[in-house]
Design a protein around this ligand. Structure first.
Ligand SMILES: Nc1ncnc2c1ncn2[C@@H]1O[C@H](COP(=O)(O)OP(=O)(O)OC[C@H]2O[C@@H]([n+]3cccc(C(=O)O)c3)[C@H](O)[C@@H]2O)[C@@H](O)[C@H]1O
Ligand SMILES: Nc1ncnc2c1ncn2[C@@H]1O[C@H](COP(=O)(O)OP(=O)(O)OP(=O)(O)O)[C@@H](O)[C@H]1O
Ligand SMILES: NC(=O)CC[C@H](N)C(=O)O
Length: 640
């Protein structure tokens, strides 16, 4: 039997869009002789409908739309994810359709409730071994713990989290001997290296439960924060039959495999491990797709970025250039442009860059009649999609200016340069007048730093508004942890692409990107120490002097909020880890971390939406909840 999974790039309750993708997946599958097709979890509504799952109307509308899908299923068996509401409870289900009929709804038994997932808020888990009936306009279908048969192949379900349960709980254990195939429609968020975990789950299930396992994940940045990698896997008795390229820019990624269910296959002696995932590459692909989807789904015309020439803003600039490079490599120029929604019909692109071309290459054959024609096609696209501005003060250095300008030029971004000293002086003198005293670095250090960061916000916002663009804010996870940022200053913006990764990772990634992705202009930033450049230059301000070494900050953050240790336990762990710091220094850093962490929860509550990229993040709306006002670990820190 030819079985298939299709990763779909959906949008919460964008019915037209979601149904179009579902229809094209089914049509493509039928054209290619697929007999059974699995579409991802909740693909009809989108996974991220949040509290709308609690309404009556959303599941009702989904069921009404499912009736349209029936007509597309002649000659094929299709699994479509949607919520079903019965007696004021919403169930997360996979509908099975064939030949215009609905055969039933398999219901999810275990709900994801960790990290970025919050399913028990919306859904009720379905009890094992039970079924009920759904009545709709004179028809009745079964719903619950169901087994189906298609052309002699018996199949049952695990719906995403079902497969992540311990062996004694997961549905697969009870399906042994009753089915030939387990189908898993999923909405499993991207995190670096996570594909390996998923691969192990699917491979081990097929081996342990002696079956074929078909897995299909959602694709893309569906609703703002979570990115799905569109993984499709087929495994049989511990042998991998199919694994696709992840994080495609396509709307629909259909993958199929022929499985001969009539012959037995010797179970694999062991599961062949995947090569270790390359996290730098993975992040690049996820961030590029995350930005592309955010841009088009927000119906914006591009991005604006305050480019300091430092690590964070350079990372964001390269992120947009990579979005173009990877998007064009996969979709081609015309499809990339039309899918982005950022280019009016009249625009023409003079020449297409070869797939996978490195950034910064010049297209020799371009007619040299206009300035644009000496840019590569990718650079021309970046020019349309990214506007940067360097906003210097007396405290800015030539190093950062050169870094910003050269990077912007090399990727093709529009680059502006202006100074903000006049505005800073204007505000400072107003407050001096109001207070009747001078503001000095001795008495008003932080306030004088913050006003510079804040004064950068209005002009860059104005530019974003005028161009109908999204303003990128450049915060990373480390500065979010300790509030090392000025609220309404450098946090100003509507999308925060790198707030999910730590500063040490940012620095390492940039070094990798300089050589591996071909961005020689990054050599400037890669030679710089991270600095806010908010104090007078002779002060030689650096982030790490203000805070602590970033590697240590990351370690404390992870121990405190991923491993959930107490301050005392964190200190004890650090002491045993050979950090190179003595006990008193470590105490100082642990105290500093926890007090800055506690004092700055309100800032984390106000960050722009950010992507989930690492195995955890500190965003209170997607991963880590913490009180805004608290005891601030006063007793615990005093006891260290
Ligand atoms: N619990 C709470 N709930 C609500 N608001 C609270 C609050 N606690 C203080 N606040 C408010 O917070 C204000 C202080 O916050 P805010 O004005 O943001 O500034 P603040 O956190 O005092 O200082 C900003 C820090 O970030 C660093 N920085 C700034 C800009 C850029 C960079 C860089 O790396 O490039 C670094 C700078 O060196 C400084 O250490 C207070 O005036 C108060 O109004
Ligand atoms: N001179 C500047 N011109 C334009 N934007 C600036 C300037 N200085 C700071 N910013 C904005 O403020 C943000 C915060 O500064 P921050 O120092 O945290 O990041 P960075 O400069 O990108 O990297 P690094 O910390 O490694 O120097 C910058 O990313 C940038 O968006
Ligand atoms: N949608 C889900 O059930 C997701 C669950 C699972 N823990 C994952 O991260 O993939």
């Amino acid at each position: 039997m030819r079985i298939a999974g299709a990763a779909l790039n959906q949008i919460p309750f964008d019915w037209e869009h979601n149904l179009r993708n579902i229809r094209s997946a089914i049509e493509m599958a039928r054209e290619n002789g697929v007999e059974l097709l699995c579409l991802p979890e909740l693909c009809l509504t989108g996974y991220g409908c949040e509290d709308l799952f609690l309404s009556d109307w959303l599941p009702e509308t989904a069921l009404a739309h499912l009736q349209q899908v029936r007509a597309w299923t002649h000659g094929i068996c299709v699994v479509v994810g949607l919520p079903v509401r019965l007696n004021h409870r919403t169930y997360n289900t996979a509908a099975v359709l064939r030949d215009g009929q609905i055969l039933g709804f398999a219901a999810k038994q275990f709900l994801a409730n960790d990290g970025v997932h919050y399913e028990p808020r919306f859904f009720v888990p379905w009890p094992a071994a039970q079924t009920t009936a759904v009545d709709y306009r004179g028809e009745t279908w079964p719903l619950g713990d169901l087994v189906f048969e298609h052309r002699g192949v018996r199949f049952g379900f695990e719906i995403c989290q079902d497969a992540w349960q311990p062996a004694h709980e997961r549905p697969a254990g009870r399906l042994v001997g009753r089915v030939d195939l387990i189908v898993n429609p999923s909405a499993s968020h991207f995190a670096m290296s996570k594909t390996d975990v998923r691969y192990q789950l699917v491979m081990a299930a097929s081996r342990t439960y002696h079956c074929t396992y078909l897995y299909a994940n959602l694709l893309g940045n569906e609703s703002g924060r979570i990115i799905f990698d569109g993984e499709v896997l087929v495994a049989r008795n511990g042998h991998l039959l199919l694994r696709n390229q992840l994080l495609s820019f396509k709307e629909v990624d259909l993958e199929w495999m022929d499985v001969d269910f009539t012959t037995d296959l010797e179970p694999a002696a062991e599961i062949v491990p995947l090569p270790a995932p390359d996290e730098y590459l993975e992040l690049n692909q996820a961030m590029s797709l995350g930005l592309f989807d955010y841009l088009r789904k927000a119906r914006s015309r591009g991005f604006v970025l305050s480019l300091s020439g430092g690590a964070d803003s350079c990372f964001c600039a390269v992120g947009v250039a990579e979005m173009v490079r990877l998007g064009v490599a996969e979709l081609g120029v015309e499809l990339f442009k039309s899918r982005s929604g950022c280019f009016p019909e009249t625009e023409t692109v003079v020449q297409q860059e070869g797939a996978g071309g490195k950034a910064g290459q010049v297209v020799d054959a371009s007619p040299a009649t206009t300035e644009a024609s000496v840019l590569t096609v990718n650079q021309q696209l970046v020019q349309q999609l990214l506007t940067c501005a360097y906003q210097g003060t007396v405290n800015s250095s030539d190093d950062t200016f050169n870094s910003a300008k050269e990077l912007a030029d090399s990727i093709g971004a529009r680059f502006h340069n202006w100074e903000i000293d006049e505005e800073v002086t204007g505000y400072v003198s107003k407050i001096q007048q109001a207070l009747g005293r001078e503001l000095t670095w001795q008495t008003d250090d932080l306030a004088l730093q913050n006003i510079q960061a804040r004064v950068r916000a209005p002009a860059i916002w104005l530019l974003a508004n005028v161009q109908n663009c999204l303003l990128i804010t450049t915060s990373n996870r480390s500065e979010a942890s300790v509030g090392y940022c000025t609220m309404d200053g450098d946090t100003a913006g509507s999308i925060s692409p790198i707030a999910g990764v730590d500063k040490d990772f940012v620095k390492k990634w940039l070094r990798w990107a300089e050589t591996e992705l071909g961005y020689p202009a990054l050599r400037h930033v890669n030679a710089l120490q991270p600095t806010a450049e908010l104090r007078p230059l002779e002060d030689k301000q650096t982030d790490e002097r203000d805070l602590m070494p970033y590697t240590l900050l990351n370690r404390i953050e992870r121990l405190a909020f991923y491993d959930r240790l107490s301050p005392q336990q964190v200190l004890a762990m650090l002491e045993g880890e050979g950090t190179g710091f003595d006990k008193e220094q470590l105490k100082t850093y642990v105290r500093r971390f926890y007090s800055l962490w506690s004092r700055n929860q309100w800032k984390r509550e106000r960050y722009a939406p950010s992507f989930h990229l690492d195995d955890y993040n500190v965003d209170p709306r997607s991963w880590l909840r913490f009180p805004i006002l608290s005891g601030g670990f006063a007793q615990e820190l005093a006891a260290l």
